[in-house]
Design a protein around this ligand. Structure first.
Ligand code: EPZ
Length: 417
């Protein structure tokens, strides 16, 4: 199992370019399946989850390959509608292929997606909406079989919760279906807007993405297109957390300031200087951070759950007591135990974490509990005095492209074994 060796206690300085967004690339790769032609994606991050999505596309008969940050997909011919189990289980977000396959093939068979470290990952909201859109949904033996039915389907779909994945699946399933769907209480994350921009660029008719009401007019087909993936706002949060924990002065290029307002506000509140010139973000930290009395994770444009582990790591070194309330996932605090091995003082009560800031952390051997928890462990090790190892970095490599190179460019002493 690969691990990182980190010698902490060094201030960060230098410049890094923000990678493309994992959570935008994955649904857009799925959407490429609906294009009866070729797709070229730019700024696509080179991640294990992206490679898994490429394998799923190839298993469905597409000709798909990645060259650096460009991905080429030819989905002129799609040969089947069942994603192989092993590929389905490789990543949680493979469920987003369901909507794309239904649009293109009118039927789909997927295995119930695996859960993940954040706890059970139900897809009841996805399936309820797909039924209301006029598809049959039969679950048996760990498989979900869906097929377009003739007859009435509801135009207005109301999500009980603004689920990102369910919003994406509904948009995908409606894109090539007859008629019109109006989705209410939709997720408003920037990745939803990026998906709609991609589909509309290929001839789709989606209006209102990025708001809580999205209107989709079904079209007959999608045409060859080219698209650039938006930058990753959570990786931007990770760099802010690293500087606030170690001290330093860095520039992150290719950000979208409007996507990270809620995150930047918190780091400024702690005492970081964050300034933008166009898409470049400069983050400076020359003193110990101050606490933030209480932060709650919530849906966009609020403070994102994925940036929670990174903020908690910064608060672990801040002066004073901070509270973090997680409102999206059941057990998002698994990483806290690893931070405590490095000397953090964090008490978790269900969805509440109480963080007593300490003056310093010390090196230790820790492991990644999940993607963002793993990134938090790396940030804590960068700040810790002495040597640390971070094990099970496969979790990190799902969402961070070459994290050791990116952090080395910022003067960190980090090596991958
Ligand atoms: C997406 O997951 C992201 N993943 C997650 O990022 C992110 O944390 C999450 O959105 C929230 O922003 C991708 O985009 C690939 P949800 P998703 O559906 O779509 C419950 C990362 O770190 N729920 O908005 O699965 C669910 O259990 C990952 O990159 C249901 O109950 O998130 C959770 O508690 C982690 N039933 C909440 O809603 C459903 O049918 C939010 O889930 C669907 C979701």
């Amino acid at each position: 199992m690969a691990k990182l060796h980190i010698r902490g206690g060094r201030r960060l300085s230098g410049e890094v370019t923000l990678q493309g967004s994992k959570n935008s690339a994955l649904p857009i790769l799925a959407a490429s399946l609906m294009v009866r032609g070729t797709v070229v994606l730019h700024n696509c991050p080179d991640l294990s989850d992206v490679r898994a999505a490429v394998r799923i596309l190839n298993s469905l008969g597409c000709k798909c390959s990645q060259l650096g940050h460009d991905v080429y997909i030819d989905a002129s011919v799609v040969k089947c509608d069942a994603v192989p189990d092993d590929l389905m289980r490789e990543m949680r977000s493979s469920v987003v292929f369901l909507g794309a396959i239904l649009s293109r093939c009118a039927s789909a068979t997927i295995s119930a997606p695996g859960g993940c470290e954040l706890g059970p990952r139900p897809i009841d909201l996805h399936l309820k909406a797909i039924k209301e859109m006029g598809f049959s949904v039969n679950e048996s033996g760990g498989y979900i079989n869906c097929a377009r039915e003739s007859g009435r389907s509801k135009t207005d779909i109301i999500l009980d919760f603004p689920s990102v994945g369910a919003t994406e699946n509904i948009i995908l399933a409606a894109t090539l279906s007859k008629g019109r769907v109006v989705l209410h209480n939709a997720a408003k994350e920037p990745e939803i807007s990026d998906l709609a921009d991609f589909i509309n660029g290929a001839g789709g008719k989606i209006y209102g993405a990025g708001t809580d009401t999205v209107e989709i007019f079904g079209v007959n087909r999608l045409y060859s297109t080219e698209h650039t993936i938006i930058p990753d706002r959570i990786v931007a949060a990770t760099y802010m957390s690293a500087v606030s924990a170690t001290g330093g002065d860095i520039t992150v290029k290719n950000t979208v300031p409007s996507h990270i307002n809620a995150i930047v506000t918190r780091y400024r509140e702690m005492g970081c200087e964050v300034n933008f010139s166009d898409d470049d973000m400069r983050v400076v930290s020359n003193r110990r951070m101050s606490r933030i009395t209480k932060t709650r994770s919530t849906v966009y444009p609020g403070f994102p759950t994925d940036a929670g582990p990174l903020l908690v790591t910064s608060l672990a070194l801040a002066e004073g007591t901070s509270l973090f309330v997680e409102t999206i996932f059941d057990n998002r605090f698994n990483y806290a135990e690893e931070l405590k091995l490095l000397g953090a003082d964090i008490k978790v009560f269900g969805r509440l974490a109480v963080i007593e800031g300490v003056r310093s952390l010390h090196g230790a051997n820790v492991r990644c509990t999940d993607l963002r928890g793993g990134a938090a462990a790396v940030v804590a090790a960068l700040a810790a005095e002495g040597e640390s190892t971070v094990d099970k970095i496969c979790h990190i490599e799902r969402g961070y492209e070459n994290i050791q190179n990116a952090l080395s460019a910022l003067s960190a002493d980090i090596k991958r074994e």
